[in-house]
Design a protein around this ligand. Sequence first.
Ligand code: KG4
Ligand code: ZN
Length: 334
Amino acid sequence: MRPVILAIESSCDETSASVIRNGKVLNNIIASQAVHQKYGGVVPELASRAHQQNIIAVVSEAMETSGVSKTELDAIAFTRGPGLMGALLVGVSFAKGMAMALDIPMIEVNHMQAHVLAHFIDEPKPSFPFLCLTVSGGHTQIVLVKSHLEMEVIGQTQDDAVGEAFDKAAKIMGLPYPGGPLIDKYAQLGNPKAYKFSETVMPGLDFSFSGIKTAFLYFLRDEKVKNPNFVEEHVNDICASIQQHLVTMLLKRLLQASEQTGIKDIAIAGGVSANSGLRKELKALGDAKGWNVFIPAFEYCTDNAAMIAVAAHYKYLKQEFCSLDVTPLARMPL
Ligand code: KG4
Ligand code: ZN
């Protein structure tokens, strides 16, 4: 029953640990950081401190609930990047300490590759090659997935990530951070066709989300001149319309990518893949186009260590270990 791996994720504002045995994820312990809410976004220094406070408890819980003893571990995996440097450092340092103490190898994992590999935690699993739309607070990518560890970005945002667009739209409306899930919640009660916004069209399979932020800001400013209570009175319709706009932008490119590559196994990953509008519209598009659509369980959409554990499993099978002098990378290509 090998390998047994402990995986640690600390790239942004979730401290997470997971144990995987022979490719089967045994648990996924996550401590979220509420400290950022009052600042309207993740404060890197506070994230780093919160990881330091949480990491021992999170790893201990993962070890205890897995039923695996430390001496049974074959490797320690960790997120090397991309992410916040101070946050990554906590996970990397902790992994080094444990690997040294137990005299076992370390496995470095690319956070974005792990988001894609979240599809290999449970059944059904996509078959290669497939396309994955990876949408988070820091990234928006269309990835051509050739094998577990071979991936190519064929389209990406040239400025903001779509998660950022969700969060900034929410902030403009006066909603607390992180606004993405709140927009989703209010959108479910609103009319997605109530308001229209203009779109910045990029060449090829690329995206741009910085223009929509400004367009949205001016739209609300103009409406508030006519009616100071515009946002409060129309919050559901505004959320439904901005969500519809962002989802449509994503799916247009995904459709184009499928047509260009001829690939019909289509997956989504990353925090924004928790969005109910995106999930619903992708299923509908998939039905219309004869795609096999793969949508991860909610728990595996946002940052978690189970996806790091799965990535580490495949790296272990190829004996891809890293040395003890490994350093985190704030930027790390796929
Ligand atoms: O993958 P993730 O947890 O962290 C990063 O690596 O960035 O993604 C976080 C992003 C945030 O922008 C958050 O607002 C967005 O995912 N998000 C959502 C939803 N749930 C999380 N956006 C829209 N609808 C949701 N239901
Ligand atoms: Zn992420």
